[in-house]
Design a protein around this ligand. Structure first.
Ligand code: ADP
Ligand code: MG
Length: 260
């Protein structure tokens, strides 16, 4: 006895890995009938649905692998706190063209000024456009590179990192004094040069980077590579938390004497 057409269709769609088509072909067929669509229009709708869900799933995977704190998005970032020029720069950067040009984005400024939030938000916007970005705390990244080096796997790890379109290295500067640590960091930056965009935040201006890289030659070489193709943003704003605390303090008091 031959298999009924419905069962064989399900089987074929499963084998072809077209889950969205498999799940929705009947629903779409009913709608096509109601709306008097041609066979071709029906097929276009189904295939588009498959493409759309695949893209969604890919973005969800990229968001998970990015390790980005998703609550720090551009939507939750108060852009009015930054000068208009920076807001415009961020809008341009979020098109992702800088990634195609292998440019870097370097954000400096005092603690609490929003550097991490801004770059996480930018990175998330880029992931949602289909780019692969990895968020990493600088100190953690350095530890991972050190472990890889000791296990003779530094090459392998650098290769895996080069699979990302951009690497966000957060808080460079809070790195220990160890020479080996700065060496692996330097190796990573050299490896990314003109290949993978680096986004980084630092409380330390370049003038103090010899605290990170110890000797002046390495410091100059690191800065040179980072700056060569880069957008530099200086966020010297009052700490967001201090501003928020001041606002709460000066808010009109309600009749309980508690700040509103
Ligand atoms: P930095 O990295 O410069 O030290 P963060 O990005 O960690 O600063 O910001 C400190 C805190 O203030 C975070 O909780 C962040 O979400 C919040 N914050 C900073 N700037 C803004 C902003 N413009 N809009 C909304 N929240 C902000
Ligand atoms: Mg930070």
């Amino acid at each position: 006895m031959s298999e009924n057409p419905y069962a064989s269709l399900i089987r074929h769609l499963t084998e072809l890995r077209l889950p969205a088509v498999r799940q929705r072909f009947e629903e779409f067929a009913r709608r096509a009938e109601q709306e008097d669509l041609s066979y071709e229009q029906y097929l276009v709708e189904l295939v588009s649905e498959e493409i759309h869900t695949r893209r969604q799933h890919r973005i969800e995977r990229f968001l998970t692998e990015s390790r980005l704190p998703l609550e720090k998005s551009l939507e939750t970032f108060d852009m009015k706190r930054v000068p208009a020029k920076i807001a415009r720069q961020v809008a341009t950067l979020s098109t992702g063209a800088f990634i195609d040009n292998k440019e870097n984005v370097l954000v400096f400024g005092n603690p609490g000024s929003g550097k991490t939030h801004l770059l996480c938000g930018l990175s998330q916007a880029l992931v949602r456009k289909g780019r692969r970005v990895l968020f990493s705390q600088a100190s953690l990244l350095v530890q991972q590179l050190l472990i890889a080096k000791r296990n003779l796997e530094l090459g392998k790890v650098l290769k895996r990192l080069s699979g990302f379109d951009a690497i966000l290295i957060d808080d460079i500067g809070y790195i220990q004094q160890d020479r080996e640590e700065m060496e692996v960091l330097f190796t990573l930056l050299a490896d990314c040069y003109e290949r993978t965009s680096v986004l980084l935040t630092s409380n330390l201006p370049f003038s103090k980077w010899d605290l990170i890289f110890k000797d002046p030659m390495t410091t100059a070489a690191a800065i040179d590579r980072l700056v060569h193709h880069s957008v530099i943003i200086e966020l010297n704003l009052e700490s967001y938390r201090i501003s928020a605390a001041k606002k709460a303090l000066h808010a009109p008091e309600n009749h309980n004497g508690v700040p509103a």
